[in-house]
Every structure is written in C-alpha cells, then in structure tokens.
Design a protein around this ligand. Structure first.
Ligand SMILES: *Cc1c(COP(=O)(O)O)cnc(C)c1O
Length: 354
C-alpha cells in the first residue's frame, strides 16, 4: 500500500544538522531540514511532496487564521542501538488525527498518506533523530484549512503537513500544579477530546494566571461543577493513592492520550490495580493531607511522564513525598523509554520501524 504514495522530493543542498547542539536542545526551537506537504482540493488529497523546511505563503484571508479550523498530532521518533529510527504507536496517532479532523469538519486522511509521508520524511531526516539519553525527534503532523475566504463555513481546501524538531527532556523539575476551579478547558459536547488548535489558545490565559502565582501548570476540572479532575495542562493525569493507580476515563472532555494508555497497560502487566473512574478533587486533597497520595504525574508524548510534587488548591499547597522514592512513576518512565528506544521487548506491538 505504501508503495502507491508517490512523493516528489526536493532536498536541501546542505543539511543544517551540523549546527545543532544535541547536548542542549530547547523544545521546539530547531526544525529538521525537510517538511512533508499534501494538498486537499476537489474532494481529494494530492500533490504529495517533501521540500526544504521553509516559510509558507498564505493569504491574509486564509480561513484558518480567523477561525482555527485546524488539528494536529504529536509523536516522537527514537533511535535503537543499531541506529534504526523507531516511532511509538504511529497508527494510533493516525486514528486520533482523523477523530479530531471529523469534529472540525476536516476531511479524513488515508492511512497510507499519514504513514507514508511520515516514513519518507523520517528516512530523509534520520540524522536529526538524536540518540543521547532522554532525547528524541518530536514529530508534528497537522492539517489546516486554506480557503481564501473569511465567511464561516468548512473550507474546501486544506494542507496536511509534517514537520519535526529535535527534543531533549521536556520538564526538568517536578511540577507545581494548581487545581483550576474558575476557568474551563473542555465541556460536554465541546472539542476537548480533539487535538484542535483553538483548545490550546483558550487554555493560555488561565495557565498564564497560574504561572504568575508560581505554578507550572493547571489541573483542569469538569466545566459544570469543578468537582472532578480531568487533565494536567496538555497531559492526562494519573494519581497513585493507597497503592492503586487512579485516573479519569477518557470521554468527551478528556483527550485520549497514548501515553496514558501505555502507562496503564504497563501497570496492568505488572499487577498494579488500575481504576479508570471519576476522580474527585476532594479525594485527592484528602489523600494528600493524610499522606496517602503516593504519586501524581502528567502523561503525554512531550514529557512521557511528568511528576507532580506540589498541588495548589484553595490557596493552599499540598506536597507529595520526594519524587526519587516513587516506584511506579520512575519504573514506568524507564520502561517506556526502553521500549521506545528498542532496548526492552515490545510486547504490545507499539513500535514501528521507519
Ligand atoms: C496530546 C494531549 C495529551 C497526551 O496525549 P499523548 O498521546 O499521550 O501524547 C493529553 N491531553 C491533551 C489535552 C493533549 O493535547
């Protein structure tokens, strides 16, 4: 199937990769030599091409600039000890991109376009996949509307693109998070389950307020009563209370994270009890007060797992035990890193070799 995707390639004269300091990577600052592009018009995807990474030429009336008809994915490529490029669960990213696209009236992408574009781009830019511990190549597929039209309606034309950026560790220190009880990320019937561009713009202001109060991120709660914990910033959130992992079920308002699913799968493999159910703010605060909140962490591709050592609620900060002592979170992080870099057995068929 992949062989049917004909991609026109224009490659760079000289790679910029030698200018990159892979020992000191800042997230999202540098982009690899090439980008993949496909155009949608007259009801189908075509003009598959790889070009040198460069600026785009857009009309000021481009509909996406005004109404955010745009969706994206985030994934990471790693190198195994043999130097092969590996992707973690790309077929799941593909399925989710189409779920997001449907909600935003964006036409579906065929699997061979997503996987084929990804494969060819990563083969060409394989020298951009770092192999130092904790590093990877962050890969960003996205689709956006391109009609030159400022009326509000679904666009007739779109671009699907893939760019990539070498990445080191994401959060270096344990997170301080604030339980948000005023603003909302997602509501029933809304777009919270989709990686839709506008969701992230809407979350900036409440996150900024929390940062001004000394927190890194928010713990989002349900829109109706602010009674249940939903996500941590742009990550899913998992708690370990009384020896059990507890996390909210993914639904309308909670994005179905692959890291979350992978962490829960490892926990079940290891015989740890897992509860996917509503998580009350009060339950977490009570557990923290009584020293029963053993671990808390965000789960997402960018950070893998991001330990939370402080939770702010109602003007008070609750502290967790020192992160070095967290057995599960540290073990899951290590195991996921080892699977992604081909050092541990891939029992669940998560790895795709480019
Ligand atoms: C991307 C994302 C996640 C994490 O998903 P992964 O597949 O683990 O990367 C969680 N929540 C939100 C809101 C996200 O955008």
């Amino acid at each position: 199937m992949l062989a049917t995707l004909e991609i026109e390639k224009t490659t760079v004269q000289q790679s910029r990769v030698t200018d990159v300091d892979f020992t000191n990577l800042k997230f999202g600052k540098e982009y690899s030599d090439h980008m993949f592009i496909a155009d949608y018009s007259d009801g189908e995807w075509g003009k598959f091409r790889i070009e040198p990474y460069d600026l785009l030429h857009l009309s000021p009336s481009n509909t996406v600039l005004h109404y955010a008809q745009s969706v994206f994915e985030g994934m990471k490529a790693y190198k195994n000890p043999e130097g092969d490029v590996l992707l973690f669960r790309p077929f799941d990213n593909f399925l989710r991109l189409n779920i997001s696209a449907k909600r935003m009236c964006i036409p579906e992408l065929p699997e061979e376009l997503f996987i084929g574009g990804l494969t060819e781009l990563l083969r060409l830019d394989k020298d951009w996949v770092p192999d130092l511990p904790g590093t990877s190549l962050y890969v960003r597929p996205f689709i956006f509307a391109t009609d030159e039209y400022i009326g509000i309606r679904p666009s007739d034309t779109y671009k699907f693109m893939i760019i990539s950026s070498p990445a080191g560790g994401y959060y270096s220190e344990p997170l301080r998070v604030k339980i948000e009880t005023e603003y909302t990320r997602a509501c029933e019937g809304g777009t919270g389950f989709a990686k839709a561009a506008g969701n992230y713009a809407a979350a900036l202001y409440p996150a900024k307020l929390a940062q001004e109060q000394g927190y890194h991120q928010l713990l989002w709660t349900d829109a109706r009563d602010h009674r249940y914990i939903e996500e941590a910033g742009t990550m899913n959130v998992i708690f370990k209370i009384d020896g059990k992992l507890i996390t909210a079920p993914t639904n309308n308002t909670i994005l179905k994270g692959l890291t979350r699913d992978s962490v829960l799968t490892l926990a079940r493999d290891w015989g740890l009890p897992v509860e996917e159910r509503l998580v009350e703010v009060q339950e977490v605060i009570q557990a923290a007060r009584e020293g029963r909140l053993e671990e808390a962490f965000g789960a997402g591709t960018a950070a893998t797992v991001a330990p939370i050592d402080t939770i702010g609620f109602d003007g008070e900060d609750y502290h967790l035990p020192s992160v070095e002592t967290w057995e599960f979170c540290n073990k899951a992080h290590q195991e996921l890193d080892d699977i992604k870099t081909g050092k541990a057995e891939d029992k669940h068929g998560w790895i795709y070799r480019v």
